[in-house]
Every structure is written in structure tokens, then in C-alpha cells.
Design a binder for this molecule. Structure first.
Ligand SMILES: *[C@@H]1O[C@H](CO)[C@@H](O)[C@H](O)[C@H]1NC(C)=O
Ligand SMILES: *[C@@H]1O[C@H](CO)[C@@H](O)[C@H](O)[C@H]1NC(C)=O
Ligand SMILES: *[C@@H]1O[C@H](CO)[C@@H](O)[C@H](O)[C@H]1NC(C)=O
Ligand SMILES: *[C@@H]1O[C@H](CO)[C@@H](O)[C@H](O)[C@H]1NC(C)=O
Ligand SMILES: *[C@@H]1O[C@H](CO)[C@@H](O)[C@H](O)[C@H]1NC(C)=O
Ligand SMILES: *[C@@H]1O[C@H](CO)[C@@H](O)[C@H](O)[C@H]1NC(C)=O
Ligand SMILES: *[C@@H]1O[C@H](CO)[C@@H](O)[C@H](O)[C@H]1NC(C)=O
Length: 742
């Protein structure tokens, strides 16, 4: 199998090489590349002529026609259509940090605030409306009640952004721009910041939507919808289109948002494998955001539960996993014998009584040559319409991108459908245009047993109802997992927030199910993903910033992580690699006591250790470091609020971490170190000093954590403990994770 794949790859590259050498500048061979040149140029004019002359050097006198976008506001570079050969030549030019093909990110697709212990009545700063959250996503639906500007004054004075011509910005949505460098629009794309997808409207309203009472989705989950900072302003940067979200456009969005003066960047994109930090738009863009005092909050990705699937990896980014919350929704199916099977979906329909129930395998379209072994999957045309019409049908699979079961059973006249699902992603099932409940394999087998046991089986699919799951919160199976594929010393994801069945604003033109022709329009919709978890954290990061405007991105990040609620490794055996530091706790994050701060120099040291050499680091950061070797430490010594010890089985561990904490609590305070030992026999953790005595606000004190052990055997690939600095008022907790390769 692996051989076949590589063979295919070899063939494709051979073809590329051949055609390259014969027609070096054919437009067909050109792809969009991003050329990244580090720190913001001194002036735009000379940068522009530099970009042009670089293109001309490789692509001839009229090379300028291949230019797509220029990045000059907050960092330096451009995007252009280049052949592989040209890209290579440019990457060798002076001042170029990296040249990489523009690839695509995917959209990582309320009572959640009350569940977080963050009630409507929380104290709010009068300066909340001075905070601006930049949302890089699929645009926004400005007419949603969540974005009304009733009672808002003019934008804060620091705001320098713009609103695309003819777009109805207001004093809530103070900026809206869109980016599509290749100009390749799909007929369904709206060429404006307006959101036809729904994702961007949903995430923006979760971060900073107004308080809207009586929000619900077709009668489900009635309540008040609101963002984390309902008085904050929103700036929209649309980069996601029908064909995905491209690096070159994301780059433009960061370049612009930083210069516009946003306070927090919320980016719910992920699900793309990263190989190097400085060959990708989000790590680079967020690095420059960090240098400008802006924290970037990103979705961890929806590629779980596979280890190393996390796609948000840079230490200066806050990477958010998706957790469940209470209440959850279930969609019960009651059978004619009164047995109730609790399936999953978001079902707003109320059926009026019992309907005949059939198993798809029993009703094949024999005339068309189908038998039960095919029809049980409810493939198109495989069912006998006459035997399906007016009934509830049990299918042996769920809808996927290739097959839409609800389309099949609807066109065959079914009243509703129960679908069997054998995989792990139960949290993802959402809305359908008819009553649907998704059940697991055992439940489906029980239903078939019931059908076989009676002449005329009947069932009803109930409207979804709230349930309290005593296991909640836990991390959803789809949420991407660590360890960090780029640097295993940096724990990822960082934190967990609600990301399952989140109710938030929705454009009336955006579909609520995948089914073509489902024209139900809703002002609020419930969807799931790390995309939905991310803006919860962006909102609270903004909330913290309203009270502490001078805090660095790392300080805000530390406050969120060290106050997170501890989660259970019983339900998520991959522990910190599923949930990071724990579950977002907004009220505690307001008062962290101590923070693990970090600035440019700390990250430069980190980059040196990542084997970036001195020269590109100078270009990237503009910091005049004389040499990386003077800064040599290990990436584990980055002042991160977590401790990770990667090891091999039967290896002696001897690891020392140094950390520095800054007092942001009471001026005089005494913190004592409390250690929760990971359950590894023979492991010894010591903290020195074990008492930190602060005399003033802002004071910094350092300590060392030393970990020694010989790991004979780990029952689990990951074993967790923790270090908590406690002054009796604040508990500043960091996970300590020992892990072996999977
Ligand atoms: C809200 O602010 C008031 C006055 O500053 C304070 O007394 C109260 O404890 C605060 N409440 C919370 C929940 O922080
Ligand atoms: C059902 O149809 C499939 C494909 O047409 C065939 O391979 C299979 O043998 C059939 N099964 C039965 C039990 O007739
Ligand atoms: C089957 O349905 C008929 C009428 O629809 C009803 O009279 C009968 O009691 C049903 N039998 C069983 C076993 O439920
Ligand atoms: C509660 O969560 C657990 C853990 O994922 C799950 O196995 C169980 O089915 C859930 N229970 C309900 C009632 O949803
Ligand atoms: C950097 O290079 C050194 C020496 O070649 C190597 O041991 C280390 O693993 C590399 N670090 C990373 C993060 O690639
Ligand atoms: C950078 O540092 C080196 C030596 O540390 C010095 O010679 C050089 O002038 C500095 N460059 C700038 C631009 O400050
Ligand atoms: C770590 O610190 C301990 C205690 O201070 C010391 O004995 C040990 O040699 C140190 N290990 C390393 C790898 O520096």
C-alpha cells in the first residue's frame, strides 16, 4: 500500500520535472507561492520595487504579471504564480526567509458560557467596547441581531482598518475586508466580506456577539446567545471560500489585521499538516502578531483522535481543543415495544405518533437488481420505494460526503431515518432535513432484533432533548491530539473549551444541513468543531485584556492555561494530549496570581533551538542577535506554563526545567510549590526553591524543576502530574507530562 502511494508520487513528480524542463515558463506549471521576507520593510515603495525586480530576475521582463499580493503592512513578502524552478531561485535570494507553495486550510467545523461558570451578570469593564477582535474566517452576516450596533459609540481611536466599499459595517462590525489573491471565484462565492457559509458568522458571534435573548435553533436550546465579550468590536477578514482558505490570503489577513490595530486574532482554521513553522501562513502571521502584542487563538484541528494530529503547533499561538458541555442533546428513538434507544443528532422535528419501521436490508429494489446486501446501506435506487414510503427506515451507514442518506430516503418518501454508525465521532452529528437519529452498532443490532421479532414494527424518532452526562466535560473524539509534531517539548493543544453543539448566529442564506435544496433559514444554528471552541477562548482572552491592557500575549495565554480546570484522564486516556492544561475557567483566568511571561527574545531563543540559523532569525524578528550559539538552551526551557518530558522506555530521565513567574496578584505574597506526582514508579520531581516570596507587583522570580527517573515501564504512553504554586488564594497549575512515543 505504502509502496503504491510513493510510486504514484514518483510518477507525478517525474511528469512535473519533464514538463518543467521543456516549457519552463508555461503558465500551467505555475502555482501560487508565498515569498516570506521577515520583518516589515522600512518603506512600501522600495519594497514594491524590490518584489518586482525579484520576479523579473526569475521570470523575465514581464514577470510582474505573476504578482498576486504584497505584504508590507506588518511584515514583508509577496505572493505570486511561480514555477518550481523560479520558487527555488527566489528562495536563494538575499533577505528571503522562506518560499512555500500556498496550500489550503479547512474550516475546523448558548449555554456554553453558563456551563463555564461565566454568567451574564459577570463584572465588565467600561473599556470592553475599546477591545477589537479580528476574526479571520469565512466572512460575516452583518444583519444578524448578534451584530447590531444599538448603543455603541464610534470605533476606538486606535482603529485604523477599513470596511470594503458598499459593505454595511456599523459600530459593532467596525472593519470588513476580503482576500482572494488568485481571483478564482466559484459562482457561489459572494465577492464581499459577506458570509454565505455560516462558519465566520458563528465564530464571530461566539467571541463577541451581542446579548440576544430567546435564541434557538428551530425550537431547540432556547436561551440567551452571547459572545464572551458582548460589548467588544469585531473586525472581519474573509479568507475562506468554496475552495478553502489559502495561505497567501491568510497571510494578507494577518498583515492587514496587525496594522489595523486589533487586540486579539481569532482563527478557527486548521486540519493541515505543518512541517516547518516558517513555511506556513498561520505560524508566521501569528509570530508577527505576537511581536505587536496581539495574541492569536487558533482551533487545534478536527483530525483526532489520532496521536500527533494537532495542526496548531507554534508556542506563541493559543491552540484550543473542543470539549463537551452539559446539557448535551440526545435524539431518542422509541420502538413499538416501548424500548428507547438514545441516538444522536440535532432533531427539531416532532412526529405525530408511531410510524412503521423497516430495515433497509429487508426492502431492496429487486426490480432494479438490488438485494439486501446492497440496500441495507440505503444507496441511491437500491430501495423499493413502495416499501419505504411513509415509514421510518434503518440504514446500515451514515451520510458522508459521497452518499447523502437523507437525500435518498427523502426522495423515496421515508418519514425519517435511523442510521447505524460504528466510528468514534458521535459528537459531530448535527442537523438533517428530516427526523434522523444516529445510533451505534449495538443499538442498531437491537433495533433489527426488534424488527425481526414482530409482524409490524413501529417507531418514533423524538425531538432532541437535553441530557446531563456525568462524564462531561471531556474532549470530543474529533478534536486533534498531541504530541506536538514539530517540537515535542511544547505541549499542544494548550487548552479545552466547549466545541460540541454550540448555538450561535447564522446567516439566513447558509444551509443548515448538507442536503441540496434544504432551504430552512435560521438566525441561530448549532454546530460542532474545534472551530467553535476557539472563539470561546478568544472572547475570554479579550475579557482578560480589558482588565489588563498591558499584558503580553504570553501572559494572557498563561493566565488562561494555569487556571484551567483539571480534566479526567479516565475518559480521555490521551490526557494532556487531548485537553492540554484543562478546561477553560473564565472567572479564575481573570485572577491568575502568577504568569509565565515570554517575549520576543524568549521566542528567538526557541527558534535558535529549532535550528533556524542566525541570519533568518534576524530577518524574521528584526532582533539583532549576534549569534544563536550564545543563546543555546533547549526548547523545553522556553518559559511555557507546562512541562513535557518525552522519553524512551527504559531510559534514564534526568531533565531540569527553568521557569520564571511574574507576580500579578497581591504585592506581597508567598507561594508554595505543590507537586502531584505522575504515577511512574521511581520518578522524583523536585522544585527549587519550593517557596516563592514576592514583595511587589510585577516582580519576577525563577525556579528549577528537576525530574529524575528510570522508566522501566509505562502502563500508558502518557502519564501526568502537576505543579501548583499556591498562596492560599491563587492556584497556579501547570501539567507535568511524561510520555513515550506511541
Ligand atoms: C464585581 O465587582 C465588585 C466591585 O468591584 C466586586 O465587589 C465583586 O466581587 C465583583 N464580582 C465578581 C464576581 O468578580
Ligand atoms: C447481492 O448482490 C451482490 C451484487 O449484485 C452479489 O455480489 C451478491 O452475491 C448478492 N447476494 C445475494 C445473497 O444474492
Ligand atoms: C399490527 O398492526 C395491526 C394494524 O395496523 C394491529 O391491529 C396489530 O395489533 C399489530 N400487531 C402487532 C403484533 O403489533
Ligand atoms: C456520556 O459520555 C460518555 C463518554 O464519552 C459516553 O460514552 C456516554 O455515551 C455518554 N452518555 C450519554 C447519556 O450521552
Ligand atoms: C537541531 O539540530 C540538532 C543537531 O543537529 C539536533 O540534535 C536537534 O534535534 C535539532 N532540533 C530540532 C528541533 O530539529
Ligand atoms: C548588530 O550587532 C552587531 C554586533 O553585535 C553590530 O556589529 C551591528 O552593528 C549590529 N547591527 C545593527 C543594525 O544594529
Ligand atoms: C539537574 O539538576 C539536578 C539537581 O540540581 C542535578 O543533580 C542534575 O545533574 C541536573 N541534570 C542535568 C541534566 O543538568
Amino acid at each position: 500500500m505504502a509502496n503504491q502511494v510513493s510510486l504514484v508520487l514518483n510518477l507525478c513528480c517525474l511528469v512535473l520535472l519533464l514538463s518543467n524542463s521543456t516549457q519552463a515558463d508555461s503558465d500551467d506549471n505555475r502555482k501560487v507561492y508565498v515569498v516570506y521576507m521577515g520583518q516589515k520593510p522600512r518603506d512600501d515603495v522600495s519594497a514594491s520595487s524590490l518584489h518586482l525586480s525579484m520576479l523579473q530576475q526569475v521570470a523575465g521582463r514581464d514577470g510582474g504579471k505573476y504578482m498576486l499580493q504584497r505584504y508590507t503592512k506588518s511584515f514583508h513578502g509577496f505572493s505570486a504564480r511561480l514555477s518550481q524552478e523560479e520558487a527555488q531561485k527566489i528562495s536563494g535570494m538575499e533577505g528571503v526567509v522562506s518560499v512555500f507553495p500556498s496550500r489550503k486550510y479547512k474550516l475546523a467545523t448558548t449555554r456554553s458560557w453558563d456551563f463555564l461558570g461565566f454568567p451574564l451578570t459577570v463584572n465588565r469593564s467600561t473599556t470592553e467596547s475599546d477591545i477589537i477582535i479580528g476574526v479571520i474566517d469565512s466572512g460575516i452576516w452583518p444583519e444578524s441581531a448578534s451584530f447590531s450596533d444599538l448603543g455603541y459609540g464610534p470605533p476606538p481611536a486606535k482603529w485604523k482598518g477599513i470596511c470594503e466599499a458598499n459593505f454595511p459595517c456599523n459600530n459593532k462590525i467596525i472593519g470588513a475586508q476580503y482576500f482572494k489573491g488568485d481571483g478564482a471565484y466559484d459562482p457561489k462565492d459572494l465577492q464581499s466580506p459577506r458570509d454565505s457559509d455560516g462558519h465566520g458568522t458563528h465564530t464571530a458571534s461566539t467571541a463577541a456577539g451581542n446579548i440576544v435573548t430567546n435564541a434557538n435553533q428551530l425550537g431547540l436550546r432556547s436561551g440567551t446567545a452571547r459572545g464572551g465579550v458582548p460589548r467588544a468590536r469585531i473586525a472581519v477578514y474573509k479568507v475562506c471560500w468554496k475552495d478553502g482558505c489559502s495561505d497567501n490570503d491568510i497571510f494578507s489577513a494577518f498583515d492587514t489585521a496587525i496594522a489595523d490595530g486589533v487586540d486579539i486574532i481569532s482563527i478557527s482554521l486548521g486540519s493541515k499538516t505543518l512541517e516547518q513553522l516558517f513555511q506556513d501562513s498561520i505560524p508566521i502571521g501569528s509570530f508577527h502578531a505576537m511581536m505587536n502584542g496581539i495574541l492569536t487563538v487558533q482551533a487545534a484541528g478536527n483530525e483526532g483522535p489520532r496521536p500527533q494530529s494537532v495542526t496548531s503547533v507554534a508556542p506563541w499561538v493559543l491552540s484550543v481543543a473542543a470539549g463537551t458541555k452539559n446539557p448535551d442533546l440526545i435524539t431518542p428513538v422509541r420502538l413499538g415495544n416501548n424500548m428507547v434507544v438514545d441516538g444522536v443528532s440535532i432533531n427539531p422535528f416532532t412526529l405525530d405518533g408511531m410510524y412503521p419501521l423497516v430495515y433497509a436490508g429487508d426492502v431492496p429494489n429487486a426490480k432494479a437488481g438490488f438485494n439486501g446486501s446492497i440496500s441495507r446501506f440505503c444507496f441511491r435506487n437500491s430501495l423499493d420505494k413502495n416499501l419505504v414510503k411513509g415509514k421510518i427506515i434503518l440504514c446500515d451507514q451514515i451520510s458522508t460526503e459521497e452518499v447523502s442518506i437523507e437525500e435518498v430516503v427523502m426522495s423515496d418518501g421515508a418519514v425519517g431515518s435511523v442510521m447505524r454508525y460504528g466510528g468514534p465521532y458521535f459528537e459531530l452529528f448535527g442537523s438533517y432535513p428530516l427526523p434522523v437519529s444516529v445510533v451505534n452498532s449495538d443499538q442498531a443490532t437491537n433495533i433489527i432484533r426488534y424488527i425481526r421479532s414482530t409482524r409490524n414494527a413501529t417507531a418514533i424518532i423524538m425531538k432532541s432533548e437535553d441530557v446531563t452526562n456525568s462524564s462531561s466535560p471531556y474532549v470530543a473524539s474529533f478534536s486533534s491530539r498531541g504530541p506536538n509534531p514539530i517540537d515535542k517539548n511544547i505541549l499542544k493543544p494548550d487548552l479545552t473549551a466547549p466545541g460540541v453543539k454550540i448555538l450561535a448566529a447564522w446567516p439566513p442564506v447558509a444551509p443548515i444541513s448538507e442536503v441540496e435544496g434544504d432551504r430552512r433559514a435560521v438566525p441561530f444554528n448549532m454546530i460542532s468543531g474545534t472551530s467553535m471552541a476557539c472563539p470561546h477562548v478568544s472572547g475570554i482572552a479579550a475579557y482578560i485584556k480589558t482588565f489588563n491592557p498591558a499584558w503580553s500575549p504570553a501572559a494572557i495565554k498563561s493566565a488562561l492555561m494555569t487556571t484551567a480546570s483539571v480534566m479526567s484522564a479516565q475518559i480521555n486516556p490521551d490526557a494532556e494530549f487531548a485537553y492540554g492544561a484543562g478546561y477553560l475557567n473564565p472567572m479564575k483566568a481573570m485572577r491568575p496570581g502568577l504568569v509565565y511571561d515570554a517575549d520576543e527574545v524568549d521566542y528567538v531563543t526557541f527558534l535558535c533551538q529549532q535550528n533556524y540559523s542566525t541570519q533568518p532569525i534576524r530577518i524574521i524578528t528584526g532582533v539583532n542577535i549576534s549569534s544563536c550559539s550564545n543563546l543555546m538552551k533547549q526548547t523545553k526551557d522556553l518559559n511555557y506554563p507546562t512541562f513535557v518530558i518525552p522519553t524512551m522506555r527504559s531510559e534514564a530521565i534526568d531533565t531540569n526545567f527553568t521557569r520564571t513567574v511574574t507576580n500579578v496578584g497581591s504585592a506581597t505574597s508567598t507561594y508554595r510549590a505543590l507537586i502531584t506526582q505522575p504515577r511512574v514508579s521511581g520518578l522524583r520531581i523536585q522544585v527549587e526553591p519550593s517557596v516563592l516570596q514576592f514583595e511587589e507587583y510585577g516582580q519576577k522570580l525563577s525556579f528549577k524543576v528537576s525530574v529524575q527517573a528510570t522508566i522501566e515501564k509505562l502502563d500508558n504512553p502518557i502519564v501526568s502530574g502537576g505543579l501548583t504554586w499556591d498562596d492560599g488564594v491563587h492556584q497556579v497549575r501547570s501539567p507535568i507530562v511524561v510520555h513515550v512515543p506511541w
